[in-house]
Design a protein around this ligand. Structure first.
Ligand code: SAM
Length: 266
């Protein structure tokens, strides 16, 4: 069965009497080059456990299962799970779980997170797995298909820093692997996408809750200068060589760490 063929997808959906749900972001991948790119980027071995979010009709799931030890595929849509049972019946190393990924509790394990994500949950997924990881820790590698603009926000540097970029780059090295055009999906979405790869990195030994409270306050009013958002004396910023008139989007993570140290030092 060729799951990259629109005809096959249409037939499958017709057989199960299903219309793709916009609400659940059901835009299925139909581009084999993009599929290969995701698999190559994941650098899979037979020791890998993969957590896949939103397997849909299983196009990515099958390729993951061919190379990894096990694939845990969490799909919210019960109707998709019915199709998946048929499509994936020959693969014994795939576990289909009919659940919302946001409420799914992963057993502690070492794993890679791979998904062509429904876009409405991108930030929630990042928060769940990177910022507040499950007991077993964050994924050792995360490869996500996300909206192009969101990918660009995630990897942004000063002068385009933003809260999402801070949240990701504090915990991980993030890079855009490739851009993907909207015609690579059926039904075609309104926007282009990008594949993004994130690898966790050691985090500074600080009170992260306090740190992110500071960062959030710094970003609270976009047009205001940082010192006004944070109600800071100009001298504090000058001391750590940050322009007192600057705005939050101009600060790197290192700058934020310096500022945090300066404000909270004992
Ligand atoms: N992986 C397939 C592909 O590449 O063709 C489908 C990707 S489609 C963009 C997103 C999938 O995520 C859909 O199958 C949708 O039903 C599922 N989904 C949406 N919200 C979800 C959630 N909260 N938890 C798990 N799966 C979800």
């Amino acid at each position: 069965m060729d799951l990259a063929s629109k005809k096959t997808i249409k037939e499958l959906l017709r057989k199960y009497n299903i219309k793709p749900s916009k609400r659940l972001g059901q835009n299925f991948l139909i581009d084999k080059i993009v599929l290969r790119k995701i698999i190559e980027t994941a650098n899979l071995s037979t020791k890998d456990t993969i957590l896949e979010i939103g397997p849909g009709l299983g196009i990515l799931t099958i390729e993951l299962a061919k190379k990894a030890k096990q694939v845990i595929a969490v799909e919210k849509d019960k109707r998709m799970c019915e199709i998946l049972k048929e499509v994936l019946k020959d693969y014994k190393n795939i576990k289909i779980i009919n659940q919302d990924i946001l409420s799914y509790k992963l057993q502690p394990t070492s794993y890679k997170l791979i998904a062509n994500l429904p876009y409405y949950i991108t930030s929630l997924v990042i928060r769940k797995f990177l910022e507040n990881p499950p007991v077993g820790g964050p994924p050792k590698e995360t490869i996500l298909m996300v909206q192009k603009e969101v990918a660009q926000r995630i990897v942004a540097k000063p002068p385009r820093m933003n809260l999402l970029a801070m949240g990701v780059q504090f915990y991980a090295k993030a890079e855009i692997v490739s851009y993907v055009r909207k015609k690579s999906f059926y039904p075609q979405p309104k926007v282009d996408s990008a594949i993004i790869k994130m690898i966790p990195q050691p985090t500074p030994k600080i009170n992260t809750k306090k740190f992110f409270q500071l960062v959030k306050t710094g970003f609270s009013s976009k047009r205001k200068m940082l010192k006004n958002n944070l109600e800071l004396e100009k001298s504090i910023l000058e001391k750590i060589k940050i322009n007192p008139k600057t705005r939050a989007e101009n600060l790197s993570i290192q700058d934020w760490l310096k500022l945090y140290d300066e404000i909270y030092k004992k």
